[in-house]
Design a protein around this ligand. Structure first.
Ligand SMILES: O=C(O)COP(=O)(O)O
Ligand SMILES: [Mg+2]
Length: 236
């Protein structure tokens, strides 16, 4: 097996974004007179983009306190969230250990690397730039760039099309069941990391093909596989 493309999820895989998403959400709620919510609660809704997260949180809050409905018109809340997330995206983001080195090691070995995230593209760009990962990626696809989001395989197929890779020589790495489903549906290897946000559930329940304990382990695995599956260059 020789891998030609490795695609990475963003939130919970390359970068810990829980604190800045929580901050944007709480600054938004404060404008509507709603108390701060715990990071653990908010983190549980990460996975389908910031707007989707806010709508799920609103549904949760209204279930607990139906009278809040008058104070929280969804369109107005989403508009304010956009503004607050624009201000916090990349500010509190922490790349996981070895993120930059891993992407560079893969590229140095001739593997093309992408970031495929459900986070809105403009926010993903801010986060990647702040974490100095933008210049280590060959391609980035945010959740609002295509009509379909993960777990639809369209995004991963798009990445492979742009980078000239084939699914059977590709892997998508993620922290959520959504990522595993995306990779499998596209016919790529579904690789997972255990440190992210999967709605509080073990990612093993999603049955990834492989679980990695660190980002550098991914580069090591791919480089070893490519060395083993390598072939001598054709003689002139
Ligand atoms: O922003 C989100 O909710 C999810 O983003 P991810 O696809 O990078 O995990
Ligand atoms: Mg994720």
């Amino acid at each position: 097996m020789r891998y030609s493309v490795i695609s990475f999820d963003l939130d919970g895989t390359l970068v810990d974004t829980a604190a800045e998403i929580t901050e944007a959400v709480n600054r938004t709620l404060a404008e509507f007179g709603v108390p701060r919510q715990d990071e653990a609660l908010i983190t549980g809704f990460i996975g389908h983009g910031a707007r989707h997260l806010m709508l799920r949180l609103l549904a949760h809050l209204l279930l607990q306190e139906p009278a809040l409905a008058d104070r929280l018109p969804p369109d107005a809340v989403l508009q304010r969230l956009d503004r607050h997330y624009q201000a916090t995206a990349g500010r509190l983001a922490q790349p996981y250990a070895g993120a930059r080195d891993t992407l560079q090691a893969l590229r140095g070995a001739g593997v093309r690397v992408a970031c495929l995230t459900n986070k809105e593209h403009r926010f993903a760009t801010l986060v990647l730039r702040a974490c100095r990962l933008d210049d280590c990626l060959d391609y980035v696809v945010g959740g609002d760039l295509l009509p379909q989001k993960k777990p639809d395989p369209a995004g991963l197929r798009h990445v492979l099309g742009v980078l000239g890779g084939q699914a059977h020589r590709a892997a998508h790495v993620g922290d959520a069941a959504t990522d595993v489903e995306t990779a499998r549906a596209a016919g790529a290897q579904a690789w997972a990391v255990p440190w992210g946000y999967n709605g509080g559930e073990s990612i093993l329940l999603a049955r990834p093909h492989r679980l990695f304990d660190s980002l550098p382990d991914i580069a090591e695995h791919v480089l070893a596989a490519n060395r083993a599956g390598g072939f001598a260059p054709a003689m002139a």
